[in-house]
Design a binder for this molecule. Structure first.
Ligand code: AMP
Length: 416
């Protein structure tokens, strides 16, 4: 018989790991809510052209990596490859701008990219992201960076650094693009086939190319920071000043362009150099709301890759809910056992139980394998004496607890 396996690039998250996921999610949610962000949930399936328009039709994500298909009515749909395009669509469709001058959203959920799976790169992966609509001040850019910085510090992620760059506005970006087109044309024979095509269509995408020849050609390319207009330069300088003033660990990275077309002015990436991995990326996208049919409203945000953060969080920093292994011995103890369990659950004392008929030795061996610190034993003897036994699995000691005071005693001793 065929045994099903998961699809390539997809993974199961089992209970041993899930506590870390929940911890990361809760830290991001708490930090964002402290900064006044509210959750938004958008569909996972969207019109395919939303992403073409939002992310850019020449990006790798749209050209090569989208999970796209026709639904039963022949509509062209896609599984979302990222969160921003959907949030922008929802912001425009629900006319959020008509009631809120500044709107702050956070989202969390699975994204899908048909990429080549490798360490830290999956076809279904999870992003936590935030978006701020309506603010053009660099202080908003700083706020998005702060949400990440506070969250990563709280999770005790070590050695993370913000790589920062500016892509300028439409005007200065245009001047820079002409400059690098000239630069690449002179070196066209040293570029890969994809990049030769990119030169005319979207030369900034050459910066993301993984081909070593193309990477070599990038070493001496002019820096976009030398082409910024007055306003963009000022925006960048204020942000850098804020990062320095509040001791955010950053490096200016003039080659950082990010793989999505919508960015203007600030772009950043959070990098863990020791692991050689990017755990978050973001930036400003002042034209996207307008380009997607909404009013002229600036915006800034980030997306963090949860799958990549999980291995960086130390298990020791995660508090787990301890459950007590509850042993019922004999048929007659079962109903009394259930009565006590109901009281314990009402009092928020966690239990784990195996209702099958087993002897004490078997039960204790199961509890040991599960790594339980505490067991409760209830047999016919205990019922007659109106007590139950609380056993410490670490040192083997045990005490009898009287039925009428057992809940308080368990709380006191087990500290749950
Ligand atoms: P992006 O949406 O491309 O700006 O990526 C933002 C963050 O999402 C990256 O810094 C990664 O941490 C994470 N990420 C992007 N693509 C993947 C993937 N295929 N698998 C796992 N994480 C990813």
């Amino acid at each position: 018989m065929e045994i099903f396996t998961r699809l390539r690039g997809m993974k199961d998250i089992l209970s041993e790991e899930i506590e870390i996921w929940k911890k990361i999610e809760s830290v991001f949610i708490e930090t964002s809510e402290l900064f006044g962000f509210k959750e938004i949930r958008t569909p996972i399936l969207e019109n395919k052209y939303l992403f073409e328009r939002g992310i850019g039709s020449n990006t790798d994500i749209v050209m090569k990596e989208m999970y796209e298909f026709k639904d039963k009515k022949g509509r062209e749909v896609a599984l979302r490859p990222e969160g921003t395009a959907s949030v922008v669509r929802a912001y425009i469709e629900n006319r959020v701008y008509s009631t809120k001058k500044i709107a702050r959203f956070y989202y969390y959920g699975p994204m899908f990219r048909y990429d080549r799976p490798q360490k830290g790169r999956y076809r279904q992966f999870y992003q936590f992201g935030i978006e701020i609509f309506g603010g053009k001040s660099p202080f908003f850019d700083f706020e998005t960076i702060q949400v990440l910085d506070f969250s990563f510090k709280k999770l005790r992620i070590e050695n993370f650094v913000f790589y920062i760059n500016s892509l300028g506005c439409k005007t200065c970006k245009k001047v820079y693009i002409e400059e690098i087109k000239k630069y690449f044309r002179e070196r066209v024979n040293n570029l890969c086939e994809d990049c030769r095509r990119r030169i005319e269509k979207n030369p900034l995408r050459v910066f993301d190319c993984k081909n070593s020849m193309c990477k070599t050609e990038l070493k001496n390319i002019p820096s976009i920071l030398d082409f910024l207009c007055e306003e963009c330069k000022n925006h960048f300088d204020v942000l850098i000043e804020l990062l320095s003033k509040f001791n955010i660990n950053y490096k200016i990275a003039p080659h950082l362009v990010r793989g999505l077309d919508y960015y203007t002015k600030t772009v950043f990436e959070v990098f863990v150099e020791k692991e050689d991995i990017a755990i978050a990326g973001g930036g400003r996208y002042d034209d996207l709301v307008h380009d997607m049919g909404g009013p002229d409203i600036p915006a800034v945000g980030f997306a963090a890759g949860i799958d990549r953060i999980v291995p960086l969080v130390n298990q020791k920093n995660i508090k787990k809910i301890e459950t007590i292994y509850f042993i019922i011995l004999g048929e007659k103890a079962k109903i009394k056992g259930l009565e006590i369990i109901r009281k314990m659950i009402e009092e928020k004392i966690g239990i784990e139980i195996d209702y099958e008929e087993r002897n004490l030795k078997e039960h204790l061996s199961i509890a040991n394998k599960l790594g339980k610190k505490w067991c409760i034993i209830l047999g016919e003897n205990e019922i007659e004496k109106k007590v139950l036994i609380l056993k410490n699995m670490e040192d083997g000691s045990q005490i009898e607890l009287k039925e009428d005071t057992m809940i308080e005693k368990i709380k006191e001793i087990v500290k749950c």
